[in-house]
Design a protein around this ligand. Sequence first.
Ligand SMILES: [Zn+2]
Length: 340
Amino acid sequence: MTDKPSRLSTTIDFAAEGKQCDFVRIPHSVHRSAYGWLPMPICCIKNGDGPTVLLTSGTHGDEYEGQVALTRLIREVEPDHIKGRLIISPMTNYPSAKAGLRTSPIDDLNLNRVYPGDPDGTVTLAIAHYVETVLMEMSDYVMDLHSGGSSLMYLASSIVPIGDGGADYQKRLELAGAFGAPISFVMPGGAATGTSSSGAARKGLIGIGTEMGGSGTVTPDCLAICEDGVRRALGHLGVLTQGIPDAPATPSRILRAPDFTYYAYASEDGLYEPLVELGDEVEAGQPAALIHYPETPWREPAQVNFEQAGLVVCKRIPGRTERGDCLFHLGRDVDPNSLE
Ligand SMILES: [Zn+2]
């Protein structure tokens, strides 16, 4: 990774006390705007000594629960509600969030696959580099809020990277426990993934993520879980001192998908008929979906089966599907300590 500084800049003084809201300026010289920049909104709230928590959403622009939660948080939280510092970025991949797309309409890149980014690269690469080398650099904790986006719907879950399974993993589990989503999904993580969690690991941050609903919309239930979860997690870290939900977190069901046999993929191009619903418990070998061929309706549909038993935590939303699309994924109950 290069030591070159980011070309992105902001008027915000992250060391200053108080609440500042402005933009990160992403240089973007194009036909309609020769010296222009893209305005990625950001807020810094600081009150005395304490940990710094980076809150991000809009890493994927079609995932809306986190963007609503952080937009509201920016309006509601004042410096005397906290101890330490909050850095809040609701539209982290700004061009994709503005377009409501998973990937950037400028360079087609997926921000959550390109960390650590590149200061001289395209817009998405430059954003990843800025988040890792500037925002994560000054943070102790990070919560990157995702959901299923346009193509998937999730049962509301927090995502806990396992990493090396050591002391930081225990802190991540505790943070997810405070967040209190109905499900906590433990995932391998790792530096090679290009995800924001790989950046967090390189910078030594304690970080968790979420998968809150999806379907290209916002549901009141998932949004409430997300908003209460963020506030409870910030309370757990001692950063939020007011406005923490009274109700304690209910214990999460802890799940894992050890490998891709827990995912069901479309075997053909066609029109997909789900045979199970989110929240169903399924058996190994159970039919997951039929793929129909309306263009040649006399053909028998293809059947996709689950290879493993588990809880259906994620489901594809659009009916039209292509070979290789994820239709479902399962989670298996796991002891978070032994991972068995
Ligand atoms: Zn996402």
